[in-house]
Design a protein around this ligand. Structure first.
Ligand code: HEC
Length: 157
């Protein structure tokens, strides 16, 4: 996945341009953002059975349908609270909304999970920033419990 310009590259470009401010925004680094998810879901995404669900086949299955993609974007922007079943195991905890992540950052971290963490399931189609914006707006009134109720219809199992 492209990580935009490296810091060294940006510094070099700034020097070449004599210190002009560059109108370049480095794309958010999904792998770096994933560190906050790993605190609960673990570095490999295996999770902790019954406490923190794995980010694996269930994730990729949901990412292959429109309802599932909306659910995944809302899990990050609104949080989620079960009861839900992931990989056949029940979860009834609370994931706090990661509300400080902007749309590009939500897309980047979901794409990191779909591309690097979840290793099985259907082929993963990346999220675009605009898609996240649409889903975030459509679910702006939902609580974490409301998002949990979307799980089954989103293809979760
Ligand atoms: C404080 C712990 C915590 C953090 C941080 C956290 N999660 Fe979660 N996450 C949970 C819990 C707990 C659940 C399940 C909720 C339940 O038990 O009802 C969950 C559920 C999910 C689900 C739904 C899984 C499914 O199959 O339905 C996804 C997707 C997810 N998290 C992704 C992320 C991503 C991406 C991040 C980082 C941006 C993240 N989580 C950060 C605790 C966390």
């Amino acid at each position: 996945m492209s990580r935009g310009l490296t810091l060294t590259g940006m510094a070099a470009a700034a020097v070449l341009l004599g210190g002009l401010t560059l109108p370049v925004h480095a794309a958010p680094d999904g792998g770096a953002i994933y560190a906050r998810c790993a605190a609960c879901h673990t570095r490999t995404g295996a999770g902790v059975p019954g406490v923190f669900p794995p980010l694996g086949e269930d994730f990729r299955t949901m990412a292959s349908s429109d309802a599932g993609r909306r659910y995944l974007a809302l899990v990050v922007t609104r949080g989620v609270s079960g009861p839900i079943k992931v990989g056949g195991k029940p979860y009834a905890g609370v994931m706090p909304a990661q509300a400080t992540l902007d749309d590009a950052s939500v897309a980047a971290v979901l794409n990191h999970v779909g591309g690097e963490i979840a290793k099985s399931g259907p082929a993963f189609k990346p999220f675009a920033e605009a898609e996240v914006a649409t889903h975030r707006a459509s679910g702006a009134a939902l609580s974490a419990q409301d998002v949990g109720k979307l799980h089954a219809a989103a293809g979760g199992q």
